[in-house]
Design a protein around this ligand. Structure first.
Ligand code: SAH
Length: 257
């Protein structure tokens, strides 16, 4: 209930400002956190192994960076969020409405690290075209989308959602299992998340986060029936500890159901 109340005050603009502008979104060096996240995803999708019809992004929030490398490999991308304000923000971006957040530095950077010489506008167009559905979701429900999914997704992405909506480690593990039920056997899960974080700010909202260690993430994956393919972690440098949260680091996981 406390979490739900916190999210009623979640301000998408403030959240974007805190996390997706400099100093965290600084593309001049790979030591900053946003380029690190984008490289994890770009390198993982570069293998060509993760592909199919549908990819579901769980808890998209107001952001699309997590879909930039993914969108080349799926016919349809489904974005999801619990909050209408975030779904509306994503819808405005997908339609190309004026005044939405400028993701072009992210798109340019991903095109650069993917190294195929693709013009960034091309990737933006492809993502907008494939992002056909933006759905409500609640990861605390055994069927997070409200009904069992048929057919199941070929892959899921989830970034900074499960630990940010779970009151404790047991709830995090249950939420991961719920999300895993959206995936077909053999399907891939790519997770980014916060390590050792107890809160983050989004305007007037201060959201509690369950502080996770690397072993909590590994244990929850195993319990949810995933095999671990890759685990990476990033230590938040002092210069990026800006007071918008108390995050210690970031994990990246590639797991397979
Ligand atoms: N994926 C984005 C946003 C993460 S912030 C990023 O990488 O930055 C956490 C998100 O979880 C918010 O958008 C919030 O609205 C969403 N959320 C809150 N409660 C939720 C729930 N019960 N189920 C799924 N998502 C939820």
């Amino acid at each position: 209930a406390a979490l739900r109340e916190g999210y009623e005050r979640f301000d998408p603009r403030a959240y974007l400002h805190n996390n997706y502008l400099p100093p965290r979104a600084d593309f001049s060096s790979e030591e900053f956190v946003v380029p690190w996240k984008l490289r994890c995803l770009a390198e993982t999708f570069a293998s060509g192994e993760i592909r199919g019809r549908t990819l579901i992004d769980v808890g998209s929030g107001p952001t699309i960076y997590q879909l930039l490398s993914a969108c080349d490999h799926f016919e349809e991308i489904v974005a999801t969020d619990y909050l209408a304000v975030n779904r509306e923000e994503l819808g405005r971006w997908a339609r190309g409405d004026p005044g939405t957040f400028d993701w072009s530095p992210f798109i340019r950077h991903v095109c650069k690290i993917e190294g195929r010489g693709e013009p960034w506008q091309e990737k933006q167009r492809r993502l907008r075209q494939r992002l056909r559905r933006i759905l409500p979701i609640d990861v605390h429900q055994p069927d997070p989308l409200g009904a069992p999914l048929h057919p199941k997704a070929d892959a899921i992405v989830s970034a900074f959602c499960l630990e940010a909506v779970s009151p404790d480690r047991a709830a995090f593990a249950r939420a991961l299992a719920h999300v895993g039920s959206l995936l077909r056997p053999g399907g891939h899960a790519l997770l980014l998340g916060a390590l050792g974080e107890s809160f983050y700010l989004a305007g007037a909202a201060a959201l509690p986060v369950v502080p996770l260690g690397e072993d909590d993430v590994r244990g929850a994956l195993r319990a949810a029936g995933f095999g671990l393919r890759d685990f990476r972690s990033y230590a938040m440098p002092p210069a990026l500890r800006t007071g918008v949260d108390d995050v210690d680091g970031v994990f990246f996981v590639h797991a397979q159901k």
